[in-house]
Design a protein around this ligand. Structure first.
Ligand code: SAM
Length: 269
């Protein structure tokens, strides 16, 4: 999978070089490039924003740099598609390169199965007024060949950008949650992490995906409480069933806990 992140703050994405996403990049499981939107500006001030039509507070991101960015990124794809490869890093990009993968290869029902991969690309605009991000979206995107994130700032991106983009690529405005961040970078980081961990080979033990919160194989339930040693800590004991070694009883207890927790914390689910 190829992931492009377009932003006015490229440094925001340095954490992608860490942990499992960093290892996935180093192992070639995902190719990530971060692009500075200002490279697609044409004025001396490299402006990406202007005052809103109709008045009001704040600034709005101009459509032209976003249009030029998408032209170039999609153009690369067209140019390289005939060679049967996803695009190399743009001259406007900083590919993130990392160190080795120490986890073993993974394969499980809840990771994105290679056999079901479709040649799909998404243009994703993080926005507090977008559709809610979910594990289901993450699973769908994990099957894509390409994700392009447009990270807005200020009062957001000129509304013609998603309209125009939708004529060329599957486009979605997606919210991380019902609150307002200062920019799309944090939302894009969260979405990238949720997607990349579903790519086969990224998690050392694919079994981790099976009984985790929101997994289809776990009926969308929240995960049960988990414990480790010591069995007694500051007067709090681990539930005795978990020390019993009785696998069927443990499975039954975990399922009951997951159902109770889901009813409590997601009463409408
Ligand atoms: N004026 C916008 C509104 O009221 O909906 C808020 C703009 S916000 C200050 C600036 C940028 O942060 C947005 O364009 C978007 O890229 C990002 N952003 C803020 N909250 C977000 C959220 N909950 N989910 C995804 N992106 C968000």
């Amino acid at each position: 999978m190829r992931i492009d992140l377009v932003t006015v703050f490229p440094d925001y994405f340095a954490p992608l070089g860490l942990s499992l996403v960093g290892k996935a990049i180093a192992a070639g499981l995902v190719d990530v490039a971060v692009h500075d939107l200002r490279r697609w500006t044409s004025d001396v001030h490299r402006s990406v924003d202007d005052t809103p039509f109709g008045g009001g507070a704040g600034m709005v991101m101009k459509p032209e740099p976003w249009g030029a960015a998408l032209d170039e990124l999609l153009g690369q794809e067209a140019a390289t598609a005939s060679a049967g490869a996803l695009c190399p890093s743009s001259p406007h990009s900083d590919p993130i390169g990392q160190t080795g993968l120490d986890d073993g290869a993974a394969s499980a029902a809840d990771v994105a199965a290679p056999t079901s991969r479709r040649p799909r690309a998404f243009f994703i605009i993080p926005s507090p007024s977008g559709v809610p991000f979910s594990q289901a979206l993450a699973r769908d995107w994990a099957l894509a060949d390409r994700l392009i994130f447009a990270c807005g700032r200020y009062e957001g991106i000129d509304a013609r950008v998603p309209l125009h983009a939708a004529q060329r690529i599957e486009t979605a405005e997606v919210s991380l949650g019902d609150y307002v961040l200062n920019g799309g970078e944090v939302a894009a980081l969260a979405m990238v992490e949720a997607v990349v961990r579903l790519i086969p080979g990224v998690l050392g033990n694919p079994q981790s995906l099976v009984e985790e919160s929101h997994a289809p194989s776990w009926d969308g339930l929240l995960e049960y409480p988990v414990y480790t040693k010591p069995a007694s800590w500051r007067g709090l004991d681990v539930p005795t069933v978990l020390l019993s070694g009785h696998h069927a009883k443990i499975a039954q207890w975990r399922r009951a806990q997951a159902v109770a927790l889901t009813r409590l914390r997601r009463p409408s689910a």
